[in-house]
Each structure stands twice: as structure tokens, then as C-alpha cells.
Design a protein around this ligand. Structure first.
Ligand code: G6P
Length: 370
């Protein structure tokens, strides 16, 4: 009903706009930057296993798998642990190698996805210690795992996952920082600096939502007739390119592909002409100069460039048809910010094309059968 949607036309939009709150809730009682404190209560009993892990295997489906990919970069960066991110549906039907010292993290908004649950059971039968990163309290995956941390995003009704994605990344970030601090792969002063920055993220999300909303409505109007989109990002924002493309496919039925920006040379660049919108996720991070070259390559082939950049950006602004500006943060936290405009873009394009954005055809919120 209209009341449940809190005045928004769809749950999807309501949930996008809820993210400042859902992210504060994900951190509540867990981080205190002044006290240099970061604790995830649900991990404690098995935390040493995580800290000593030789390898982390992350399992998920759909958007949760994309959050897992961001997790790979986070655990590598802060905890110096090798990570493999697997589609649960593939993992469960292989004969996966699980060794002593391997730790599994299962990510699932619903906690009920059949493939993820089956993958958890398989890993458990092979002796792995398993952590859950879920939203729905008391659901099957949290019950099947040894330990875990809820993302506390509140009910997510829109089929396209939005606030769960940013909540999952936030919890994975906290896990990586806890391990990194315990292992000493991040110094105490760096740790302090990082948790201070992490606690500013909800405010930055709030700022972005208000700043870019009407601009993105305009861009959506401009591109609602496109039949294909390409999303490109590098490093921490490569998974965001995948997620941006998935959002568009799910709710607007426009074909979209996400790619690592450098990899486009090996195929997608053949598709570029004056009808192809290309969304770059290009904040000023360690990959920035490289991505500027990729923007130039698209420009030279007359692709229509939309770029998510940091405030004050000049180089990409000169090349792109539209730039969406967001504030700076540590590069490891940037996916939580860069995905926000992409969620809005999909939503506003979808409103022109699809009857019920909250319930796209053929999709289910939770895939509880194979
Ligand atoms: C379905 C949903 C997606 C979700 C995926 C995994 O496909 O439509 O939004 O990302 O399942 O769901 P989970 O609940 O395990 O995160």
C-alpha cells in the first residue's frame, strides 16, 4: 500500500532512499570511531578462525555474489587473505577443494536462496567453518552457519536488491577491518582513520541521493530508448559495473553488460557506436588514469558516455556527455557510494518502460527452488 511505501511510488525507490538509515543500522553498536572500537558480536565465537584463515571462499547468487566480489578486494586489501568468490550454484555441483584453514562466507539477503543454502551444507559436510552475511533474521542460512553478522537493512521488498547490497558490503568491510587489525596487516593509526571514514559513509550516501536525484531523472529520460548499455569500472568498482548492469536488466529489461574497463578491448568495444550508452564508474582512485584512457577510447568511437566521478573531476568531465558527481572516500569504500547513482538510473529508466518496477516479470525476490 501507499502507506507502506512511505510516500514513494515504489518500494524500490523507498529502499534506495533508505540507505543512509540502513547503513547506519548496519554499523550501530558495532563501530565507535572515537573509542577506536569495532566489534561484530555474532562473529566472536569463531573470529579466530577467520583471522587465521588461509583462504576465504565467498558464496552467493545475483547481487549477493556481486557484494562478494567487492569482499574479495576488501579482504585482499585489508586482511591480506586470498579469496575466491563462487556462484553458489556452481560451487555446489563441483567437487570443491576445501582444506583445513579455509573459511566460507555465505552472502544472502533472504537467507533462503536454495543454491546458497545447498552450497553451505556442502561446505559444512567437508568440514569448513562457515559465516553468514544475511538480512532476514532467523532465516535458513543463518541457522545453517557457525557464525555470522546480520546486515540489519530491514525488509527489502523490491525484487531488485539495493539496500541489501550496500549493507552486505558494509558488513564485509567491517569483517575485513577486524581481521586486518588483529593480524596487523593494517596499522592501528590506519585502522582508526578507516573506521572514522567508514562512519561518514551514511551521510555521504544521503548527500548523493539528494544531490543527484533530479539529474538522474533527466539522464533516464534521455536514455530510455536505448536497447543496450555497457557498464565499465576497474578495481573496487569493477563489481559495481556488474551490479549496475544487473540492476538495469532486472527492472528495465534493457540489455546491459558490466565489464572490467580494460577488458572491453577484448570484445565489447566492437559494439560501440553513437547509439551505445557507456556508464563509467570512475572515482579518483588508484585506477583513475587508466580509466581516463578507457573513456577516451569510447569517446573516439562515438559512444555516449555517462560517468560517475568525484566532485571536482576535470579530465572525465571534458570527455563525457553526462557526469554524476559524488564525494571522495577511501577507494575501498567507494562501491557503497558509486552504486547509488546506478540504482537510481535503473529505477528511473524502468519507470518509463515497466509496469511494476517492484515486481519485474520472470524474477523472484527469493529463489527457494532450483
Ligand atoms: C534473486 C533476487 C536477487 C538476489 C538473488 C540472491 O535473484 O531477485 O535480487 O540478489 O536472488 O538472493 P539472496 O536472498 O540470496 O541475496
Amino acid at each position: 500500500s501507499q502507506i507502506e511505501k512511505g510516500g514513494f511510488p515504489h518500494f524500490t525507490l523507498k529502499e534506495i532512499f533508505e540507505q543512509p538509515k540502513s547503513l547506519r543500522d548496519a554499523m550501530r553498536g558495532r563501530i565507535n570511531a572515537e573509542k577506536n572500537h569495532l566489534v561484530l558480536g555474532g562473529l566472536i565465537e569463531y573470529q579466530q578462525k577467520l583471522i587465521n584463515a588461509d583462504r576465504i571462499i565467498i558464496l552467493g547468487c545475483g547481487t549477493s555474489w556481486h557484494a562478494g566480489l567487492v569482499g574479495e578486494y576488501l579482504f585482499e586489501e585489508f586482511a591480506r587473505i586470498p579469496v575466491e568468490v563462487e556462484y553458489a550454484s556452481e560451487f555446489r555441483y563441483r567437487n570443491p577443494v576445501i582444506r583445513e584453514g579455509d573459511v566460507v562466507i555465505a552472502i544472502s539477503q533472504s537467507g533462503e536462496t536454495a543454491d546458497t543454502l545447498a552450497a553451505v551444507e556442502l561446505a559444512k559436510s567437508k568440514g569448513a567453518i562457515i559465516f553468514g552475511v544475511c538480512n532476514v533474521v532467523g532465516s535458513s542460512i543463518p541457522r545453517a552457519t557457525h557464525a555470522g553478522a546480520y546486515i540489519h537493512a530491514g525488509p527489502e521488498i523490491g525484487v531488485a536488491s539495493t539496500k541489501a547490497f550496500t549493507g552486505q558490503i558494509t558488513v564485509l568491510t567491517m569483517m575485513a577491518l577486524i581481521i586486518g587489525r588483529a593480524k596487523g596487516t593494517i596499522t592501528e593509526s590506519k585502522f582508526q582513520e578507516l573506521i572514522t571514514e567508514l562512519t561518514t559513509i551514511p551521510d555521504k550516501v544521503e548527500y548523493i541521493l539528494h544531490k543527484v536525484d533530479s539529474q538522474i531523472k533527466y539522464i533516464a529520460e534521455e536514455f530510455k530508448g536505448a536497447r543496450n548499455f555497457l557498464y565499465l569500472g576497474r578495481g573496487f568498482n569493477f563489481p559495481v559495473a556488474l551490479e549496475g548492469a544487473l540492476k538495469l536488466k532486472e527492472i528495465s529489461y534493457i540489455h546491459a553488460e558490466g565489464y572490467p574497463a580494460a577488458e572491453m578491448k577484448h570484445g565489447p568495444i566492437a559494439l560501440i557506436d553513437e547509439n551505445m550508452p557507456v556508464v563509467f564508474i570512475a572515482p579518483k582512485d588508484s585506477t583513475y588514469e587508466k580509466i581516463v584512457s578507457n573513456v577516451q577510447e569510447i569517446k573516439a568511437r562515438k559512444g555516449r558516455i555517462i560517468a560517475v566521478v568525484n566532485e571536482g573531476d576535470k579530465e572525465i568531465k571534458d570527455l563525457a556527455e553526462f557526469t554524476i558527481e559524488i564525494p571522495q572516500t577511501h577507494e575501498a569504500f567507494s562501491p557503497i557510494l558509486t552504486v547509488i547513482p546506478l540504482q537510481l538510473l535503473s529505477y528511473y529508466i524502468a519507470t518509463h518502460l515497466v509496469d511494476d518496477v517492484d515486481k519485474p516479470r520472470n524474477l523472484a525476490k527469493s529463489v527457494t527452488v532450483e
